[in-house]
Ligand binder design. Structure first.
Ligand code: F3S
Length: 395
């Protein structure tokens, strides 16, 4: 990969050890993917925050960066950590884990990274305009930013997004290049999607069938924020789809250019709903993958008309700024009065969740990851049904 004089100097360590290390990572990445040069980025979002997934190795790596007293060059935000930074005891997190997790957050903050600890940075100010190059490493946010903002980001690792944030650049390869952003398959919708969880099922089916191919979704009615979040998250979890389009594309032209076409029909939707449906009573209901929006906290506070049952916990995950807004509107108080808990800074998948037999969630991504990441059986239903069951309704 070509480096200009300034970039060469960074690589030779003239601007300190952290910059050198970051540039070394970007060069290795660029060389591997045969990038021709580095390009400037506008912002970054960094995953790899939880002590559960990173362990002591993460602390060791971060310490090498922070020793150089480096600050990131572009606006940068953090993905969820392994615990609510205030209420970790209520989550069953141990003192030892909490100490390590706090250390990780401290190091990231010292580098100038905003500790939003949320996977929806796009709802919290880390946004982009059409055509902006960015470096994001949370897969659901990558797909969301590419597809709905028209930003350009590859699916970065936590380390490569951090290196980009420090240098302010990323190697130009993959979907930073317009020619690699063309749709590769046409997915025609011939089913009635009734709620965001159904959109998650559509995304899950696409990711599972087509891996990293870029789909163009045809005949999808207008899509709202919650549907878009579930669609992006599921597609990026069962596969590695970094970008999709929703257009009423001129079908015949597309078919000529790209022969692969599939139909997502009512039969497929029904089969997937059955695959994810619970077969026994859950002992925890988890909402907030991706992190819950303010409008959903409002909806939950209105839907919880009776207390959460003694047999079931209700845990809701969101970001600290959204929880603060919900508090000022009285939603948090109502939910917690009814026995639900709202946790910040973490998520259902990256927290060291205590032992439960069956977790029910409205998120297909969370249902997909919980068995492997947390060794908990999972099932998924739309939010309204999850809340009914949390209030004691039978499966
Ligand atoms: Fe976010 Fe955790 Fe889900 S990072 S998308 S809540 S797995």
């Amino acid at each position: 990969m070509y480096l200009n004089r300034e970039e060469e100097k960074i690589l030779q360590g003239e601007y300190g050890e952290a910059q050198r290390l970051a540039m070394k990572i970007l060069c290795a990445l660029g060389d591997f993917f045969k990038a021709e040069r580095l390009i400037k980025i506008e912002s970054a979002h960094i995953s790899g925050v939880s002590y559960k997934t990173g362990g002591d190795a993460l602390i060791e790596v971060l310490e090498r960066f922070v020793k150089g007293e480096t600050k990131t060059l572009v606006a940068s935000t953090l993905n969820p950590s392994g615990m609510d930074l205030d209420r970790w005891r209520e989550m069953g997190v141990t003192e030892g884990f909490a100490q390590k997790q706090s250390e990780i957050i401290k190091i990231y903050k010292a580098m100038g990274i905003l500790d939003l600890c949320s996977c929806i940075p796009y709802e919290l100010g880390n946004v982009a305009k059409l055509g902006d190059h960015i470096s994001f490493s949370e897969s659901s946010a990558v797909t969301f930013m590419n597809s709905f903002f028209g930003a350009y980001t590859n699916r970065e690792s936590g380390l490569s997004a951090l290196a980009s944030a420090i240098v302010g650049k990323t190697p130009e390869y993959g979907i930073h290049l317009p020619e690699n952003r063309m749709p590769e398959i046409l997915v025609e919708l011939d089913a009635e999607l009734n709620n965001p969880t159904d959109y998650g099922l559509l995304g899950y089916s696409i990711g599972k069938s087509f891996g990293s191919k870029i789909p163009l979704l045809h005949k999808v009615p207008s899509i709202d924020l919650q549907q878009a979040k579930q669609l992006s998250a599921a597609m990026a979890a069962s596969g590695s789809v970094p970008l999709f389009y929703i257009r009423n594309y001129e079908e015949r032209k597309f078919e000529k250019e790209h022969p692969e076409k599939v139909i997502f029909d009512q039969k497929k939707l029904k089969a997937l709903r059955e695959d994810f449906a619970p077969t026994s009573q859950p002992d925890i209901v988890m909402v907030g993958c991706p992190h819950t929006s303010l409008s959903i906290l409002k909806k939950i506070s209105e839907t919880l008309v009776s207390p959460v049952s003694n047999q079931t916990k209700l845990w809701i995950f969101t970001s600290r700024p959204i929880k603060l807004m919900a508090e000022s509107m009285g939603y948090t108080q109502k939910i917690e009065r009814m026995g639900g808990k709202i946790f910040c800074d973490t998520c259902p998948v990256v927290c060291p969740i205590p032992r439960f037999d069956l977790a029910l969630t409205d998120s297909i991504k969370a249902a997909h990851y919980l068995p492997t990441m947390s060794k908990i059986e999972s099932a998924s239903l739309p939010l309204e049904d999850c809340l009914k069951i949390a209030m004691g309704g039978k499966v």
